[in-house]
Design a protein around this ligand. Structure first.
Ligand code: AMP
Length: 382
């Protein structure tokens, strides 16, 4: 089914990903209806309508479903029974099956490994004996993570020595956990891939992501890595989309190991922070691709017309540079309309475009944006 202009796209979640999806929907003539526990978040500013209720409120979910033509997500952690309810009332893209896999690190790794896609070595942990056995199997260092509801480094602990295991387990239990072998990665990369209802699959170019305090700081598009690796990452993302029979958009985060192997860390069936550069560097952005896929419109190839650097604007520190950013020709500012710049909060981003092939491989924020910023760089490593 292909939706005509005037139709309403229901978006679960009211943050910046919903905001940018609603803006893309509006450009195609659609209305957006947001479902969010928060009445006036970033997505609601630009949407036709918002249903304000907790994700567990089935009455409100049913009311929301009745007012939209299709349901999609910018927020993945809707409880499973809520998803069932939505899916019984309206088409839900990506499907609840895909959301369930992406909500749970164990299901995610099982799915990936069964599909022949490599991940870090892992072991399920529900008690301290399993943690001890897991550490024997995987060795140190290792990373202990909650299987659900972790993001931006939350819900995880690095284990460097055996003595740290007890405290880490106590801090994260009784939630189900997964132990991962530590990956001494050379780079973190990601690919945004879309698949339409007709089976068309298209992937944006592979990008490199650099983190600061576990939060994405810079994305370089394309990743300054060998072409063969970039192509291999694209193939992995397309394979994930096909195996999942995805309808919608999906981000695939990967580690590049020192010896040039690719290990998938996470999949996210929604627009992704590492795809924000596509708004300015591609004729069809990740958000438009997402809306096109869920609305049953044709998916054009994910073409990139420029190289790009995207810098997240996080908390009051980065927002102090907002006037400077506005005054600098060539910088493309994006503000999410959040009123309070709390530390660690994603407030906006800024993109700078380069001619294709002109993106320098190694540089800091000042080179990237042409601004005189604090150059302290920290990788995503623990
Ligand atoms: P995640 O919540 O799984 O995306 O992890 C957040 C960040 O922690 C990643 O972007 C990596 O920088 C780091 N990280 C997560 N898992 C591992 C691992 N197994 N080995 C090394 N670094 C990791």
């Amino acid at each position: 089914m292909s939706l005509a202009p005037g139709a309403t796209i229901g978006i679960i979640g009211g943050g910046q990903l919903g905001r940018m999806s609603a803006m893309a929907a509006a450009r195609l003539g659609f209305r957006a209806c947001i479902f969010s526990p928060e009445g006036f978040g970033p997505a609601s500013h630009v949407a036709a309508q918002t249903v304000v209720a907790p994700y567990t409120d089935h009455g409100a979910l049913a009311e929301f479903a009745a007012s939209v033509d299709v349901v999609t997500f910018e927020f993945e952690n809707v409880p499973a029974d809520g998803l069932e309810l939505l899916a019984s009332l309206r088409p839900v893209h990506p499907s609840p099956k895909i959301l369930r896999i992406s909500q749970d690190r164990l299901l995610e790794k099982q799915f990936l490994n069964e599909a022949g896609i490599a991940t870090a070595p892992w072991a399920a942990v529900t008690n301290e004996a399993e943690l001890t056995a897991g550490l024997q199997q995987l060795g140190l260092p290792a990373v202990l993570k909650t299987t659900r509801l972790g993001y931006d480094g939350k819900g995880q602990a690095m284990l460097r020595a055996g003595e740290e295991a007890g405290a880490a387990f106590a801090a994260l239990a009784p939630k189900p956990l997964v132990l991962e072998g530590f990956v001494d990665f050379a780079a973190e990369i990601s690919v945004m891939v879309a698949r339409g209802a007709d089976g068309t699959v298209t992937a944006f170019d592979t990008v490199e992501n650099r983190h600061k305090h576990h939060i994405l700081d810079l994305t370089l598009a394309p990743a300054p890595l060998p072409q063969t690796l970039l192509a291999e990452a694209g193939d992995i993302a397309r394979a994930v989309a096909e195996k999942l029979e995805l309808i919608g958009l999906l981000g695939v985060e990967m580690f590049v190991t020192a010896d040039g192997r690719l290990l998938v860390n996470e999949i996210a069936p929604r627009p992704h922070n590492s795809g924000h550069w596509t708004i300015d560097a591609c004729p069809v952005s990740q958000f438009e691709m997402h809306i096109r896929a869920v609305a049953g419109l044709p998916l054009p190839p994910a073409i990139r017309h420029s190289d790009a650097v995207m810098k997240n604007l996080i908390g009051p520190e980065d927002m102090a540079h907002w006037p400077e950013i506005l005054g600098k020709p060539g910088l493309i500012p994006h503000h999410y309309g959040k009123t309070e710049a709390r530390p660690g909060r994603k407030m906006g981003h800024v993109t700078r475009l380069f001619s294709k092939g002109a993106l320098p491989g190694e540089f800091g924020i000042a080179d990237a944006l042409g601004l005189d910023w604090d150059e302290t760089k920290e990788s995503g490593r623990f």
